[in-house]
Design a protein around this ligand. Structure first.
Ligand code: SF4
Length: 347
């Protein structure tokens, strides 16, 4: 009896990785999945908080894919190690702060470590030549397999026929005839293949899983780095960049103002880490001050918060300011006028 070969599939939660794993499963290979958690793939999080996003799926797409395939999924937290990739991508950033090529190389190298440890035979990704401008080009395919160290242990079932043979093909573990030659940005071949396998309701594709591809998010991250004087972040920082209206009146502090109740509830959990402001005399949002605000800064922040409260047209609005130790005091301020808020304050 021939030994059953084992492959690990990089599962992002999108259609391509679902199909790639399925194609190999169909060839009688034992497949398990790995999903790398970078901290930036947290769409479900915002969807759960914001009203306008409430109809969007809150499911974890990687888990959903694993369930569809009936495979084991290993979720691997790479938040700390991944910071080096985001700070210093050797191959640079894409259109925004997305270090896609370095990210792919890193993930494949982690998968390689994993297969060595777990005694698996090869790695599968859902990459398609020409699908993404930065990381999925004909020239970058060998860069990913080479720099990750995976070399010909990396098989891309959806575009394998456009690439040199890999070890699993040469060894006859998988049949090249059962692999595909997809290329380009069109998703039609993938959709047809999904239909053939009977998959419906898969996650909508292209970049949607990673906040680093989002222009506005990238601007906020760049602002954070500038303000801190270094490219550093903690998990809380990158979560907070997704929530609220961010205004920076001066380099040493910024104000994060909830845009709706769900965001207010979320920010509530951070009151011990930041100076926070809440309106008392009128209904209004909760706000956090990130940085080291002085007394005058807190007063200005309070005027901003008052502007976004129901008391925006009142002469005075009363607010509660709470410091990080939980000590609070009240403040009465005049809401700032719209023309007094320079456009540059909005991040
Ligand atoms: S979109 Fe994000 S997760 Fe995907 S390759 Fe680029 S940086 Fe990595």
């Amino acid at each position: 009896m021939t030994e059953q070969r084992k492959a690990v599939a990089l599962i992002s939660g999108g259609l391509d990785s679902l199909l790639a794993a399925k194609v190999i499963q169909e060839q009688g290979i034992h497949v398990e999945g790995i999903n790398f958690y970078t901290g930036f793939c947290v769409e479900g999080h915002t969807h759960a908080i914001r009203k306008k996003d409430q109809k969007k799926s809150k499911r974890n797409n990687a888990l959903w894919v694993a369930e569809q395939l009936g495979i084991k999924l290993h979720i691997v937290d790479i938040v700390e190690e991944y910071k080096d990739i985001v700070f210093n991508p050797k191959h640079g950033y894409g259109a925004n702060l997305n270090p896609c090529l370095d990210c792919k190389i890193f993930m494949v190298s982690k998968a390689l470590e994993w297969i060595r440890k777990m005694d698996f035979d090869f790695i599968i990704t859902g990459e398609v030549i020409g699908q993404r401008p930065m990381s999925q080009r004909k020239e970058t395919m060998p860069v990913v397999s080479g720099e990750s160290g995976a070399e010909d242990l990396l098989l891309r079932p959806l575009c394998a026929k456009n690439l040199p043979q890999t070890l699993p093909e040469r060894e006859g573990w998988v049949e090249r005839g059962g692999l595909y030659d997809f290329s380009g940005r069109s998703r039609k071949p993938q959709m047809a293949l999904a239909a053939k396998f009977g998959f419906e309701d898969y996650a909508q594709p292209a970049g949607g899983c990673c906040f680093l591809t989002d222009a506005q998010y990238s601007v906020k991250l760049a602002d954070l780095w500038r303000a801190r004087g270094s490219k550093q972040y903690e998990m809380d920082d990158i979560m907070l960049l997704k929530v609220g209206r961010h205004l920076r009146p001066a380099p040493h502090y910024k104000v994060i103002i909830a845009r709706e109740e769900g965001e207010g509830n979320f920010l509530q959990g951070y009151r011990k880490q930041f100076v926070s402001i809440k309106t008392i005399s009128h209904a209004g949002p909760l706000a956090l001050i990130d940085g080291e605000p002085r007394a005058a800064d807190i007063e200005l922040a309070a005027r901003l918060v008052a502007r976004y409260s129901q008391g925006r047209d009142a002469d005075l609005v009363e607010l509660e300011v709470m410091d990080r130790q939980g000590t609070s005091r009240t403040l009465k301020v005049e809401p700032i006028k719209p023309h007094e808020i320079p456009q540059e304050w909005h991040i």
